[in-house]
Design a protein around this ligand. Sequence first.
Ligand SMILES: [Zn+2]
Length: 203
Amino acid sequence: MGHAGSVTLPKRFLLEGCDNCLFDPYNSIRDAILLAGRAPGLEHRTRETSEWLDQFEPELEKHRIYVIRRDLTTPTAYQEFLAEYWDKPTFLINLEHDVVPTLNAVIRLLNCPWPACTQAYELGGHVFTGPIHPDLKDPNWCDMTGFGLMKLAPLTRRQHPLPPMGTWEHLDYRYMYSIRKTEACFKWHTHPEIIKHNHPPET
Ligand SMILES: [Zn+2]
């Protein structure tokens, strides 16, 4: 049984084996936790995502994707939420409060053999992001991405820890720059099907 560290996880999250092993656990792990941070006070943007989770959580569990929701009520709560699960021996899928995925998109993220994947999503109603600076030669790869809907394998998270604790703004940028300091050629596999993002247009 793996060590759960300082966080007590329900039994369903605990995997056979040791989460301190140095071999690549990628081939043996098929479980994922889906972290769904919520932003109290932004219900007009977050309701659809919450309802999507209500509807699809049982289906996600069938695919061994376990949803953990949390109200993020302080400026550093977003990074603290990620940090709490960062070293767990499961895949980690992050879903931001106003991004509305599809079941297929989430399952494809988990099943994709690449260790770091990001899903494209709308920004401003028509311009999509996900890949912030896509590799123009190949739309399936980008060197930076937002955190709207992404997946990271456990070994990749161990190789690329979160940056020093900070506020939610630009957490994704801070992580991207932190990765690039140690691995300049790091690329995210991009899943280009654009999913909905209930974010008001920039004016
Ligand atoms: Zn992928």
